[in-house]
Design a protein around this ligand. Structure first.
Ligand SMILES: CC(C)(COP(=O)(O)OP(=O)(O)OC[C@H]1O[C@@H](n2cnc3c(N)ncnc32)[C@H](O)[C@@H]1OP(=O)(O)O)[C@@H](O)C(=O)NCCC(=O)NCCS
Length: 183
């Protein structure tokens, strides 16, 4: 059984980005993403209707960090410290040395390699600091951007579940990708 430890909070850095703790000053930028139906299209979570929904999200994220169960980082631009996305290990299975990664980016910043840059760093942290044996990502097969990103990070497609999710009044498929720690 792994025991994660997110205290002190692990700030990470890439060439263009800071991966830092999400805080209340990120509320407007977070709301922009979580209230955008296009961004939320393949994420089976309610679309934020009001700022309080985002407040709740921030406190859930902090709760996971305090309990050492899950971790989410703000993807922030180094130059301005503005939150442009989020990334993290949203569901972990410490008994299997495995965790599920999740991410989203504000659409104004898509297709510039930002999530790839963040994901590479988060993978490195997962294997080297959390001692994970494998990282899982579960996507809707229609989410081409997410699939491309995972393949670019060398994830392998391992399973395609048919109509196993009922969300927004439709049954949708899930594809499970995973990356083993071969380092
Ligand atoms: C998935 C998501 C995070 C990708 O972020 P991004 O920063 O734009 O991705 P990157 O710029 O790092 O691109 C990574 C690869 O995916 C490709 N890609 C990104 N968006 C794409 C799109 N809309 N269509 C096709 N390919 C796309 C890029 O071309 C790149 O591959 P390449 O270098 O071979 O060209 C972003 O589209 C997003 O926020 N989507 C909504 C939220 C979401 O669905 N999250 C995932 C839930 S599982």
């Amino acid at each position: 059984m792994l025991h994660f430890k997110f205290d002190p909070f692990p700030n990470l850095e890439t060439s263009r980005l800071l991966l830092r703790r999400i805080n209340e000053s990120d509320m407007d930028d977070l709301f922009l993403m979580r209230s955008n139906p296009e961004i939320m299209r393949y994420i089976p979570r309610p679309i934020a209707q009001k700022k309080e929904d985002v407040m709740e999200l921030i406190s859930r994220v902090n709760d996971g960090i305090l309990k050492n169960e899950s971790i989410n980082w703000a993807i922030a631009l180094k130059e301005t410290n503005q939150l442009i996305g989020t990334i993290g290990y949203v569901r972990s299975k410490p008994e299997d040395h495995r965790a599920e990664v999740g991410y989203m980016l504000n659409s104004a910043f898509h297709c510039k390699g930002f999530t790839f840059e963040a994901l590479e760093k988060v993978i490195e942290y997962g294997f080297e600091n959390m001692n994970l044996h494998s990282i899982e990502a579960i996507i809707d097969p229609r989410n081409i951007a997410s699939e491309k990103l995972l393949l670019k990070c060398n994830f392998n497609k391992e399973a395609h579940l048919k109509e196993n999710v009922f969300w927004n009044n439709e049954y949708s498929d899930s594809v499970i990708y995973s990356l083993l720690n071969n380092r």
